[in-house]
Design a protein around this ligand. Structure first.
Ligand code: ADP
Length: 248
């Protein structure tokens, strides 16, 4: 039985590639409004887990539910995106020759639920939504600049803003602060903390000071399943986690 608070429920998910188990009976529960960090050494299965959640990879076995009723193992990628799971990859996919404002506008207009012509004027309410998002991602002063002129960190924020225009319930982020300055990393942590509650976030990350700034529960993956779970301090003190990171 799923609690009404659960937004994502994975149970005993397994995925094999040519007989190699990338995920091995992985179980994970994310509560609505949670900000969860996923850590683990290279090859632990983090990307494969994200691929299962977004429908890019179909598991060999196991259960995957979004909210109470949506069986992710029976949905394709567009259906899952439409249902409210947004994913940010490491490489931003922004329109470099368009302004920051236009990038957010395009993201809103291409949302299937809005289905607005790309040439249609925005309503006052829609302009407000873009402005609110600009403020949230700290790009108000950059609104009219071509997105290609933004810093690396600002481009990452813009892409997060574009995801937010589609109002996802669950956001999946793959190493969002890779390549960012320390200050950008801090601001990104603040942004994610402010998004939690209204959204649920699952963040795959290697930067432990960033994970600490997020302040939420941490899941450690190893060899395709969950090795440890809890606060960062707790998992970092777990001898099994220490062995996986340092023991070979
Ligand atoms: P992580 O993101 O934690 O580094 P991955 O999910 O990318 O881990 O990979 C887990 C394991 O599965 C790795 O050993 C990787 O080589 C393997 N793997 C991932 N995708 C494929 C694939 N498409 N074909 C074969 N092996 C894969």
């Amino acid at each position: 039985d799923l609690s009404h608070k659960v937004i994502l429920y994975l149970e005993d998910i397994s995925v094999s590639f040519d007989g190699f188990k990338a995920l091995n009976n992985l179980s994970l529960t994310i509560d609505a409004g949670e900000l969860r960090a996923i850590i683990g050494p290279n090859g632990a299965g983090k990307t494969t887990m994200m691929d299962v959640i977004t429908g890019k990879t179909r598991p060999d076995s196991g259960k995957a539910f979004f909210g109470q009723t949506l069986d992710l193992t029976r949905m394709n990628e567009p259906e899952i995106a439409h249902a409210g799971i947004g994913r940010k990859f490491q490489k931003p996919t922004i329109f470099e020759n368009h302004s920051v404002f236009e990038n957010l506008e395009l993201a809103m207009k291409t949302d299937k639920r809005v289905w607005k012509s790309l040439f249609a004027q925005l309503s006052g309410e829609e302009r407000d939504r873009v402005s609110d998002t600009l403020k949230r991602i700290r790009l108000q002063t950059e609104a009219d600049r071509p997105a290609g002129l933004l810093s690396h960190g600002q481009k990452q924020w813009l892409e997060i803003g574009m995801l937010l225009m589609q109002e996802p319930r669950l956001l999946l982020l793959d190493e969002p602060v890779a390549g960012m300055t320390d200050e950008e990393t801090e601001r990104t942590a603040e942004l994610f903390v402010s998004l939690a509650g209204q959204h649920s976030l699952v963040v795959v990350e290697h930067d432990m000071s960033f994970v600490e700034a997020l302040g939420g529960q941490v899941t450690v993956l190893h060899e395709g399943s969950v090795l440890a779970e809890g606060s960062l301090a707790k998992v970092q003190a777990d001898p099994r986690v220490i062995e996986v990171y340092l023991g070979r």
